[in-house]
Design a protein around this ligand. Sequence first.
Ligand code: UDP
Ligand code: MG
Length: 349
Amino acid sequence: MRNDINDISEGNRRWQRRSEVPSSREGHILISIVVPVFNEYDSIRPFLTELKKALSEPDEKFEVLFVNDGSTDDTFELLQRLVKTDKTIRIIDLSRNFGKEAALTAGLDMARGDVVVPIDVDLQDPPELIPQFVAKWREGYDVVNGVRVDRSSDTIVKRNSSRGFYRLFNRLSHTALPENVGDFRLMDRQVIEAIKRLPERNRFMKGIFAWVGFRTCEIPYTRTPRVAGKTSWNYWRLWNFALDGMFGYSTAPLRIWTYAGFLLALTSFLFGAFIIVKTLFYGIEVPGYASLISVILFLSGIQIISLGVMGEYIGRIFLEVKKRPVYLIREVIAPETDDDDKMEHPVQK
Ligand code: UDP
Ligand code: MG
């Protein structure tokens, strides 16, 4: 009994401690900005200009991690040139194009900051929001999400399909995905360490970010059009991305077939009973080709769909058990004077 009381008061004390702002959130910090780039030659310079404008607090050092996701234009050459004069830049050069999710994972793995901010290079995620993110983090939040309130720069089809996706996802999955939250957010070091512990190959980052939880708040922003270049996401790619999210975070599609099978079996049983009774009373009727063929076609359609759904999961199991790395790094390029001393900062976790 005594122990119980002790436990409760200890719990209360911990609770109080938790609700205060951790002292390590005051003073100097290092912010890691993680930027996946794929054929973004024209966007990089405007992006850096805006970023520098936004981050001018003396207390806040930052590093910009460009993850070159197998660009085929001169993105990498430009980054190499920039890193010579800009001490804040580091380049993680992947061995080929692994996709944005993998590139982000690489960036998060290499980031050294107390807080990490993934951001798109095309200025669709405004860097001037980062100081607000940091302010919220200093208040005690572990995750600060950027929420797109105005998506008028996206097409109507994209907006509606995206809304439909969030609705369906949140209905089917146990992990709630906040609507209109992209990858642009700030995460505490503790959150990054938690994310690193998730071993799955299917890097649906929105899902991963949402799954880990922690104290979260949101900051609204307006999504502007791309500064340069064009999006590499066509509808086919987005559709597959949505499927990855759906099948990766929910087993509901599998369960549908349990119910479908049950319903079909019940209907067949009733129909069978009806036929038996009918035969007993009225004798055998030969015609029946049309009903027979339609039932066969309907049932084979259902069977093939359910096989397809199972295939989706088996395919995913196959990819997971192979345990291939999510990305391969060809080279990491840091500024020459980038010794660890320079990066030393008072915040230690
Ligand atoms: N990106 C990437 N690998 C890819 C595709 C995109 O690293 O295979 C990067 C891209 O350079 C940009 C970010 O992901 O910094 C977002 O891409 P994009 O603007 O094309 O997507 P959208 O904003 O249309 O969703
Ligand atoms: Mg974009």
